[in-house]
Write a protein that binds this ligand. Sequence first.
Ligand code: GDP
Ligand code: MG
Length: 163
Amino acid sequence: MGNIVAIVGRPNVGKSTFFNRLIQRREAIVDAVSGVTRDRHYGKSDWNGREFSVIDTGGYAIGSDDAFEAEIDKQVVLAIDEADVIIFMVDVESGISPMDEDVAQLLRKVKKPVFLAVNKVDNGARTEQAMEFYSLGLGEYYTIAGINGSGTGDLLDAVVEAL
Ligand code: GDP
Ligand code: MG
């Protein structure tokens, strides 16, 4: 049984906001070892008395859209390899993007537990909007607002249960 949770998803969906909430005052370790891992942050958190490590994956715009997408894919592949549980974050405000579909395609093949977190669900209308994410083919999702913590308790209950 491992205890590593990775947060993946395209830029601007709110991964780092959620990560910072998880680690709170604990210090994040920035891994500056190589180009591949440059934009990954490691921290520690706990929920329901269960300690775990959490990885915030980055992804930075480099050159063409294709190169950018390849970089995000690389982060996802690394996370799949390294993590015991994966949180795939998407953004209800912007809706499904081709990059989300690309990541979903990778994650559908994974045997490890994957939790789809629809972020920025700040009001009732957005709860309705979140339903479009069923089309990613990953089943049930959790609606959260990382900025204020709404919904994150249910997500974390499930995450630590799966560790
Ligand atoms: P990342 O690129 O996936 O790490 O995304 P960030 O955590 O940097 O957040 C991108 C933007 O989304 C920032 O402006 C955040 O303040 C905003 N954001 C993050 N979580 C929420 C949320 O729950 N609701 C709303 N409305 N905005 C959010
Ligand atoms: Mg970030």
